[in-house]
Design a protein around this ligand. Structure first.
Ligand SMILES: Cc1ncc(COP(=O)(O)O)c(C=O)c1O
Length: 385
């Protein structure tokens, strides 16, 4: 297979696989609670490694089951009231947009989408004006959306949030493991990610960064359990001081240990090196695809990331993906309803996403481009017949 679906799920690095299997073996031999006790060092390394990856402190990290799980835990800690504004972008991730709509339905919040810059990505000056004029309860930005290679200027936006002391939530699901992330530089209060994509960790894992100022400010998730809080008396509880407040008591420890191993692996490979090679492979692919008649490359904005999206004239989405499957090329489809704003702006019904990672090769990029050339041409020939 040519695995070009790293934005879906990266290939498990060997030490990750090994760490997980070893832990499962231990659980089978001595029991789940006892195994967790025996591996306390590896478990606490999840927090240390993740903190090192994003420039935070271990106490600001919570383990989560997915990026969406991390995101909704963060959202649930914000005491929204009717009329509160959530300021976001036209490129925020589908599930985040649905969560905002759900908050609107239940709490009467208002959702404001900052306009895009004509060159792609959010217009930061317009967004800053909205921050000053509307004083949003929350500013929420997806760093790299699932449906294109766009990289939003999260640090520039963060500077405005910090100036105005606004709560700032960044979805870094597609950027963690692909680009260097420094939460101080971004200036965010919350940051969410999965471990299964560019970090090459296991499925069912993710994390939430919660800034110290948010923890000290008393933010806590709506549903907090015996791990996140102490039951201090029949009528009282006290949240713990760290981001563990955002976790539950029960953990898939093998997966958590696997995530720690994945992060250590990425740190050893070097995120700066990854951030040079991975988007460069995507740029090579984009360059080849742009030159294929009938192919429309859809990524916008400066320095796009390793998510390459395009549509192909004359093809329906599922048969096109199936045709790539038969060439043993992994890919993913996005439909109009994945990106109501972005795909409407681009007049796109569907897009195919190819997302290489550093372990892919230039030869693979060329083989994929050749396959797309062949498929696009076959449809043109059929149309002429
Ligand atoms: C930008 C972005 N945010 C969030 C998610 C959701 O991640 P998860 O499936 O881990 O909840 C995805 C998944 O593709 C994504 O691309």
């Amino acid at each position: 297979m040519i695995h070009f679906n790293n934005a879906g799920c990266g290939l498990l690095a060997r030490p990750v696989h090994q760490a997980m299997v070893e832990h499962l073996d231990l659980e089978a031999r001595i029991g789940g609670y006892e195994a967790a006790e025996a591996r306390a060092g590896e478990i606490s390394d999840f927090y240390a490694a993740t903190a090192e990856l994003i420039g935070s402190r271990p106490g600001e990290i919570a383990f989560a089951a997915s990026a969406t799980d991390a995101y909704t835990r963060a959202l649930s800690s914000i005491p929204f009231e009717p009329g509160d504004v959530i300021l976001t972008t036209r490129n925020d991730f589908i599930s985040n947009q649905i969560a905002f709509l759900s908050l609107r339905k239940r709490f009467g919040v208002e959702i404001v989408h900052a306009p895009d810059d004509p060159d792609g990505g959010v217009d930061v000056a317009a967004m800053a004006r909205l921050m000053r004029g509307r004083r949003p309860r929350l500013v929420a930005v997806t760093h790299i959306p699932t449906n294109s290679g766009l990289v939003q200027p999260v640090a520039e936006i963060g500077r405005h949030c910090r100036d105005l002391d606004l709560v700032y939530l960044v979805d870094a699901c597609q950027s963690v493991g692909q680009l260097p992330i420094d939460v101080d530089e971004i200036g965010c209060d919350f940051l969410t990610a999965t471990c299964r994509k560019f970090l090459r960790g296991p499925r069912g894992t993710g994390f939430l960064y919660v800034a110290d100022r948010i923890l000290r400010g008393g933010f806590e998730p709506l549903f907090i359990d015996m791990h996140g809080a102490r039951w201090t008396g029949p009528d009282t509880y006290r949240p713990v001081d760290t981001a563990a407040r955002f976790e539950d008591w029960e953990f898939p420890y093998a997966a958590l240990i696997g995530s720690a191993a994945a992060t250590r692996y990425a740190l050893r490979v070097g995120v700066r090196s990854i951030s040079r090679r991975t988007p460069a492979l995507a740029a090579r692919l984009r360059d080849r695809l742009t030159r294929i008649p009938g192919v429309r490359v859809l990524d916008r904005g400066p320095n796009p990331a390793a998510l390459v999206t395009f549509d192909v004239a004359g093809w329906e989405p599922a048969p096109f993906k199936q045709a790539l499957d038969t060439h043993r090329i992994s890919s993913a489809l996005s439909y109009r309803h994945f990106a109501q704003y972005d795909f409407a702006d681009k007049d796109v019904a569907w897009a195919l996403r190819l997302s290489p990672h550093y372990y892919n090769t230039e030869d693979e990029v060329d083989a994929v481009a050749d396959a797309v050339t062949h498929l696009a041409a076959s449809r043109r020939t059929k149309e002429r017949c």
